[in-house]
Write a protein that binds this ligand. Structure first.
Ligand SMILES: Cc1cc2nc3c(=O)[nH]c(=O)nc-3n(C[C@H](O)[C@H](O)[C@H](O)COP(=O)(O)OP(=O)(O)OC[C@H]3O[C@@H](n4cnc5c(N)ncnc54)[C@H](O)[C@@H]3O)c2cc1C
Length: 617
């Protein structure tokens, strides 16, 4: 679009995962003029973006905001890398592409928190609208580990995101994983996108099955629509703040314009209908605070005029903590360790396979299987006691609780958490397998030591805490828009989080010794890191977590959709409290983090948000 760029019906701040979904859906109506302002560039031609196995090479490049947390007391004071995409497509342009759904109980809990109409039944059609499930030859279903599914999401094209079961269809891990969980009574009965529950399953990736390239918000939602006359996407355009018309009460405050910097110039664009904030979980709260919406005391500290006193902005931050154990694999198992060690011969051969016929190890990131699990029955009684000894604060308490939330929210979260933790049909941990060791690259300026890859073949099982009780925050440190926000997720600050994740870590050992999976590993088990030999010792598991766990890069909840009395920032139609035409649509508005990796949930959330916006006008 080349016409007048000084005024639009909708201005979307952030052309990331959610922002591009909303832009594509709103611009379906030719009467709406839609502008997207994105700080990064369209880097989809970069091989590191589109070749699946190269995603980690994007960390700390121009495509990454390169954030780290404040020192985390719950993780031995370490500063944890929390990378975020700075590109058209946002984090969907740098992520690992695992494509897994939230569970029914989790999404239903959004409504329990006070968001009427946000249930699994309401969200499910939007998950289906966001992606296309891959076609699978019937004869391959057993080997693919999906033979037990009595129903599967339809493979007729539905949504723009293309998905596939990544890597080689015949890799033995899929069937071995599915059989192992089946023998323990934990086969996933259906495609988890249809009726999610507990059990082991082969997982999808947002990789186009035809091209074996990344399918993301840019390729799926923007490129097919980029010639629309009414859609304008500006890249290298960094938003500084939103301007408001401060009408006298009772007239509501209105967003009137957005200020952004491009090519060294400060520009302003006027807004006729709405501003939609989609700058991600760390930067949507930042843009609100810089614009005068947030905790009045914090804004005053930075000399920012208060437009709306909304103390929930930047609070309720959640993320998935993850920890893993790498086991020595059988010598004949196909793994990605040679690539993890960056061996030139292996890279050359893999590149040759990929460029000649889109095959070989570069077609996946080596994550083929998942499991959503509750804790075994023997842990339930202990958890009951732990829940009893960590009660939420009472009505009279005015300070924040051990979870990091104010009392009313802490009570609501305690009740929801208790229900989910004690329900055997609700997972409290999400496990993933990786077909290699999990080395850690050097993280600039973090004091986070590199952990280089070692010789040999490995198979890694990681566990993430699905529903953390801990809550952290993200706030501006300055009124200067170029200064990074202070990110403090308070990982494992709630005592129950460490207790739950430590038990899941011990369960990893049970999985690794259960046949038929165990037959793919060297037995007796040999671990890459001696400290990961936990020997059924809960204290050893807790020490290991504090020393080794990290972020899975899924920040959420920092502009939460919740009642204002609970510290919410947006209502159930995603409108910022006190402002008539400003919404937040991205991971920051999701009130309770998804069960596992977040992108599928963000796509569905944004699809539904687009309908809510369309209903308004
Ligand atoms: C390294 C990594 C690996 C991941 N792996 C997976 C995975 O395998 N599977 C999975 O499901 N999830 C994964 N995730 C998480 C998932 O990708 C994110 O949760 C999701 O993409 C977030 O979407 P969003 O719309 O909230 O934010 P984003 O997609 O990050 O979009 C925010 C956008 O806003 C832009 N922006 C920010 N501030 C401004 C400003 N002031 N002006 C203009 N633009 C601005 C950003 O540049 C960005 O484009 C991963 C994330 C990362 C970072």
């Amino acid at each position: 679009m080349t016409a007048d760029t000084t005024s639009f019906d909708y201005v979307i701040v952030g052309g990331g995962t959610a922002g591009l979904v909303v832009a594509a859906r709103l611009s379906e109506n030719p009467d709406y003029r839609v502008l997207v302002l994105e700080a990064g560039v369209d880097n989809s031609a970069d091989p590191r973006v589109h070749i699946p196995a190269l995603y980690s090479a994007l960390a700390y490049t121009d495509a990454d905001w390169g954030f780290s947390t404040e020192p985390q007391p719950g993780l031995n004071g370490r500063q944890i890398p929390v990378n975020q995409g700075k590109a058209l497509g946002g984090s969907s342009s740098i992520n690992a592409r695992v494509f897994v759904p939230p569970t029914k109980t989790l999404v239903d809990a959004w409504e329990t928190l006070g968001n009427q109409g946000w249930t699994w039944d309401a969200l499910r059609p939007y998950l289906a609208r966001a992606y296309t499930s891959p076609e699978v030859d019937k004869s391959l279903e057993k080997a693919m580990g999906i033979g037990e599914w009595t129903s599967r999401e339809n493979d007729t094209p539905r949504g723009p995101i293309q998905t596939s079961f990544p890597g080689s269809a015949s890799h033995p891990i899929r069937e071995a994983w599915a059989e192992t969980f089946k023998m323990n009574g934990l086969a996933m009965a259906h495609d988890p996108f249809l009726e999610s529950s507990v059990g082991g399953f082969s997982c999808l990736a947002s990789i186009d099955p035809a091209t074996k390239e990344r399918s993301n918000a840019t390729t799926a939602y923007y490129h097919p629509n980029k010639n629309r006359e009414n859609l304008c996407v500006l890249t290298s355009a960094r938003v500084m703040k939103i301007d408001f018309d401060m009408a006298l009460p009772p007239a509501p405050i209105r967003a009137t314009a957005v200020q952004y910097e491009q090519d060294g110039e400060l520009r302003t664009v006027a807004v006729a209908k709405e501003v939609i904030l989609a700058a991600g979980a760390f930067q949507s709260p930042k843009v609100l605070e810089l614009s005068g919406i947030g905790d009045a005391q914090l804004l005053a500290q930075h000399g920012i005029d208060v437009v709306q006193d909304l103390p929930g902005v930047g609070e309720n931050l959640q993320d998935h903590v993850v920890s893993s154990i790498s086991y020595r694999a059988r010598d004949d198992l196909e793994t990605l360790d040679a690539l993890a060690r960056q061996e030139p011969d292996a890279i050359g051969q893999a590149m040759q396979q990929y460029t000649s016929n889109r095959s070989g190890p570069l077609t996946s990131v080596g994550v083929y299987t998942y499991a959503y699990l509750s804790l075994p029955a023997q842990d339930q009684q202990q958890l009951r006691e732990l829940l009893g000894s960590n009660p939420p604060p009472d009505e009279s308490s005015s300070s924040s609780s051990s979870s990091g939330s104010q009392p009313p929210l802490a009570r609501a979260l305690h009740d929801i958490g208790e229900k989910m933790l004690l329900d055997p049909q609700t997972p409290s941990g999400a496990y993933l397998s990786i077909m290699s060791q999990a080395p850690r690259p050097d993280v600039p300026n973090s004091g986070y030591p590199a952990d280089p890859a070692v010789p040999g073949k490995f198979f890694t099982i990681a566990a993430m805490l699905s529903h953390p009780f801990s809550r952290g925050s993200v706030h501006i440190q300055s009124r200067d828009p170029l200064v990074d926000p202070a990110i403090d997720p308070r990982y494992l600050s709630h005592p129950l989080d460490e207790e739950v994740l430590a038990r899941h870590m011990l369960h990893i050992e049970t999985i690794a010794t259960s046949p038929p999976l165990a037959r793919l590993l060297q037995q007796p088990l040999a671990r890459r890191d001696p400290a990961s030999h936990l020997a059924a010792d809960l204290d050893a598991a807790k020490r290991y977590l504090r020393a080794k766990s990290t972020s899975m890069w899924h920040p959420a909840g920092s502009c939460a959709m919740m009642p204002r009395a609970l510290g919410g920032v947006v209502d159930a139609r995603l409108r910022v409290y006190g402002v008539s035409n400003l919404r937040v649509v991205d991971s920051s508005a999701i009130p309770l983090i998804s069960t596992a990796n977040l992108q599928a949930t963000v796509y569905a959330f944004a699809e539904r948000a687009a309908d809510l916006i369309k209903e308004t006008w």
